[in-house]
Design a binder for this molecule. Structure first.
Ligand code: ADE
Length: 238
């Protein structure tokens, strides 16, 4: 899968891209991430990419020309042209359903904004998917783009060693509950012991404990994820 990131701050990415799982996926050519500097498409001596908003107000608005021309040029660098995703706090809410949807794309262009946002004509002309990673305002779309890449690559076949592990992930289509608690050695730490059942080697009992633990955590922390009244009240559904 190919990602193209269009940003005014390309220097934010090398550290992120060199982290182990992603770096391995890139080395194994399962994932390709190309970073492009929007400023390279700015014209004039000062290579300006933004300007004051018409109608007044604080901040600067990203000008349409360098952004639209950058997106079009990057699309033409390779085929397919890719789906354009604009990171903006006003976009559709990101979540595991969107992650699954994007994981089926061959190529995604992630367009990162800064300042007070993009000139509306960028949206009118390119008709991107406008995407928000949550109800808060970041300093720019770069961290949001990393979040998107990070979540989507987990679903690219071969990226995770164990293909089961993303099916078990919380919020996946196959698991609407939060993940159960995990333990490793030592068996006891500062008076906190690992639940006995996990040491028993009894796999049906371990599976049942994990199911109950997932359900209990979901009830306590995210009851909105539960569907039936039985789930919410704590009665067993089976
Ligand atoms: N840019 C600034 N805030 C953002 C958010 N919450 N999601 C995506 N892009 C953003």
């Amino acid at each position: 899968m190919r990602f193209d990131v269009l940003t005014l701050f390309p220097e934010m990415f090398p550290g992120y891209l060199s982290q182990s799982l992603l770096n391995l996926a890139i080395e194994r050519e399962l994932v390709d991430v190309q970073i492009h500097n929007i400023r390279d498409w700015a014209k004039g001596k000062h290579k300006n990419v933004d300007d004051r908003p018409f109608g007044g107000g604080p901040g600067m608005v990203l000008s349409p020309e360098p952004v639209v021309e950058c997106v079009e040029a990057v699309q033409q660098m390779d085929s397919p042209p890719g789906r354009v995703v604009m990171l903006t706090p006003g976009g559709r809410q990101f979540g595991q359903r969107v992650v699954e949807e994007y994981s089926h794309e061959e190529r995604l262009l992630l367009l990162c904004g800064r300042y007070e946002g993009f000139d509306q004509r960028v949206v009118d002309i390119l008709q991107p998917d406008e995407l928000s990673i949550g109800d808060f305002v970041l300093n720019g779309g770069e961290v949001a783009a990393m979040v998107v890449i990070d979540a989507v690559v987990r679903l690219v076949p071969g990226v995770l060693g164990d293909e089961q592990s993303n099916k078990q992930d919380s919020f996946s289509s196959e698991n609407r509950l939060l993940e159960f608690a995990q333990y490793t050695r030592p068996r006891e730490y500062r008076g906190h012991a690992v639940p006995e059942v996990l040491l028993s080697g009894n796999h049906p009992e371990i599976a049942e404990w994990r199911k109950q633990n997932s359900l209990e955590r979901t009830r306590q922390r995210r009851s909105d994820l539960l569907t039936s009244e039985e789930d919410k009240s704590g009665n067993s559904t089976d």
